[in-house]
Design a binder for this molecule. Structure first.
Ligand SMILES: [Zn+2]
Ligand SMILES: [Zn+2]
Length: 171
């Protein structure tokens, strides 16, 4: 990862530092990932953009210290996967729907994998049904909601009961 964008100029007093005022945020701060800078070295209003490690899901991301310590309207420093806006170790298609992940096209999706998309993602992905050798494109969210299945799988399904009933009595 690149180094933090704005290193702190001078240390705040311990009781006024990020670690002194927000111990919970200090727990998500690893000096080893931030060029040795610690949560004691910055104030809560700092514009430094360190790497955070979510204590809930383990995801790592960057956001300004002030976005996390002093969130204002329009700035939300929360962990993206936990906030539901990005895939992470606990929130991704591979984890929530292994059945759909098994139909993920092995070669046509570039860097996108079932572990890097959320189940509700609007991204278009390629899918592959192995039994039918059928490849198609569909939005992840549509598939998650049960739509956009392999056309051959849908065709192979038995007729609904009502159709069979009508046939029985129409002869
Ligand atoms: Zn998280
Ligand atoms: Zn199929």
């Amino acid at each position: 990862m690149p180094s933090p964008s704005v290193p702190p100029k001078r240390k705040p007093k311990p009781e006024r530092s990020l670690a002194g005022r927000f111990p919970g945020l200090a727990d998500e701060w690893d000096p080893a990932l931030n060029d040795g800078v610690t949560a004691w070295d910055v104030s809560p209003s700092s514009k430094m953009r360190p790497v955070w490690t979510c204590s809930t899901c383990g995801h790592r991301w960057r956001t300004l210290v002030r976005n996390r310590a002093l969130p204002q309207e329009g700035t939300n420093g929360a962990c993206p996967p936990c906030a539901g806006v990005a895939a992470g170790p606990l929130r991704n298609l591979a984890r929530s729907r292994p059945d759909l992940a098994s139909e993920w096209h092995p070669t046509r999706n570039g860097d996108l994998t079932p572990s890097t998309v959320t189940p509700q993602s609007a991204r278009l992905a390629w899918w592959y049904c192995e039994p039918h050798g059928y490849a198609w494109r569909a939005k992840v969210a549509h598939r998650y909601r049960g739509g956009d299945r392999c056309a051959e799988c849908v065709r192979a399904e038995p007729l609904p009961e009502s159709v069979a009933y009508v046939r029985l009595f129409s002869t």
